[in-house]
Each structure stands twice: as structure tokens, then as C-alpha cells.
Design a protein around this ligand. Structure first.
Ligand code: DC
Length: 224
């Protein structure tokens, strides 16, 4: 059987639901799943752990270049290892969320992670990759490219639920909105570039969003 190459690129801001939607779309497509945000988070965790000065751009870039990073691309296995340490849970902690922009806004660090992401995408016949610059930089030739958006209110609500409702409104706003504002200085993930389909999920539930993504993929002529 010939399996045609299928790359689905999904970008969007925090709390747009892109991770869970992309993962479920990958399952239904029998595809690999790449969470590029987890890669930024893992190297950030490593910098914090190693005491790397996050304000020192050259030191951060060097840490990323030397990073022994191993991320699962199985949508049913969430696992991220850095230098052999399992950081799957630790990279979701607020201290990582608050520091990750130091890596995400470092252009040398980005270039290295983009290179690795392209390698991971090339290694799979079918893959759903999600992040902030997948539709534009990492995989602009993807068969389907989607910008998943949601209103600020919907995004804050979803992130709050994801974190178990333990965060104050002010903490949530800082984590979600302030981080997006910082990240948006290096990659534009709020407007769709040419050929990218915008999907606003504010008024859609999870199932509706997944189905709409699959519909967009099918409409792009990809063999399902
Ligand atoms: O999607 P997330 O919240 O796990 O992403 C973590 C951080 O990584 C976020 O601050 C944005 C950044 N990121 C990025 O700059 N480019 C990507 N392709 C993915 C994530």
C-alpha cells in the first residue's frame, strides 16, 4: 500500500485548544503528532534546571543546540525527555510557562528547533504538527494549514480548566495573554497567511472543532 505524504500544520495562540484538537485529529488520521510547544518548554526547563541565564541569548542558543531532546510523536503517548530526564509533567508548570518566551523569542534557538521539527515531520508519512509557526515557517508546504483561533474569553476559560481551576484570574491572564503578546513579537500567529484556513473555535465544542479540522484536511485533497 502506498501511503501518501500528509502534513497537517496547525497554529494558534495559547488556549485555542490546538493541542487537544491536533492530537485527536492525528489519532483519527492514523498520523503522528508533533507538539512543538513542548520542545520550547523542554529546553526552557533544561535552562532553568542548569541555571542558564535566560537573559543571555548566546547561552540560551548554545543550550538549545546541545540539547539531547527526545519527544514522542505517538498521539497516545505523551512523553518528553531532555538529557534523559522525563520532563513530561514538569514542562507544564507555571514557572516554565512564564520563562518559555526567553527561548521562543531567541532567533538562534528558534532556528535550531525549526530544523529539528522539520526532521521529525520528514520522518513520518502522516503527521499533524502544531505550534505558532508551523503553517508559515516550519511546514509552509503542508497539505493542510490551519490557524485555530478563539476569543480571549474562550481561551482564558479553557486554559483555566486545563490547569484544574487552581489559578487566579490575574495569574491566568499573565500566563496566557502576556505570553502570547511576547511570543507575537517574533512569529505572527494571529493572522492567517495566504492559503491558511482560519478556524474560529470560540463557539464550537471539541468534537465540532475536530470534525471541522478533518473536513478542511479532506477538502485539501489529501487521501483519507
Ligand atoms: O503551545 P505552548 O503553550 O505549549 O507553547 C509554549 C511556548 O512555545 C509558547 O510561549 C510559544 C512557543 N512556541 C513557539 O514560539 N513556536 C512554536 N512553534 C511552538 C511554541
Amino acid at each position: 500500500m502506498i501511503v501518501e505524504k500528509l502534513v497537517v500544520a496547525i497554529d494558534g495562540p495559547s488556549g485555542s485548544g490546538k493541542s487537544s484538537v491536533a492530537k485527536e485529529a492525528a489519532r483519527r488520521l492514523g498520523a503522528a503528532y508533533l507538539d512543538t510547544g513542548a520542545m520550547y518548554r523542554a529546553v526552557t526547563w533544561h535552562c532553568l534546571d542548569a541555571g542558564t541565564d535566560l537573559a543571555d541569548a548566546a547561552a540560551v542558543a548554545a543550550a538549545v543546540e546541545a540539547a539531547d531532546l527526545d519527544i514522542s510523536t505517538d498521539p497516545d503517548v505523551e512523553r518528553v525527555l531532555i538529557h534523559g530526564t522525563d520532563v513530561t509533567a514538569a514542562i507544564r508548570e507555571p514557572r516554565v510557562s512564564e520563562a518559555v518566551s526567553a527561548v521562543a523569542t531567541n532567533l538562534d534557538a528558534r532556528a535550531e528547533l525549526v530544523r529539528r521539527q522539520r526532521g521529525l515531520i520528514a520522518a513520518h508519512a502522516r503527521v499533524v504538527a502544531e505550534g505558532r509557526d508551523i503553517t508559515t515557517v516550519v511546514a509552509p508546504q503542508a497539505e493542510a494549514r490551519i490557524l485555530l483561533t478563539a476569543s480571549e474569553e474562550a481561551r482564558l476559560r479553557r486554559r483555566g480548566l486545563q490547569l484544574g481551576g487552581t489559578q487566579s484570574a490575574a495569574d491566568l491572564e499573565r500566563q496566557v495573554l502576556a505570553r502570547d503578546a511576547k511570543d507575537a513579537t517574533v512569529v505572527d500567529f494571529t493572522t492567517a497567511s495566504d492559503g491558511v484556513v482560519t478556524l474560529d473555535s470560540s463557539d464550537l465544542d471539541f468534537e465540532q472543532t475536530v470534525r471541522t479540522v478533518l473536513g478542511i484536511v479532506a477538502g485539501r485533497g489529501a487521501a483519507l
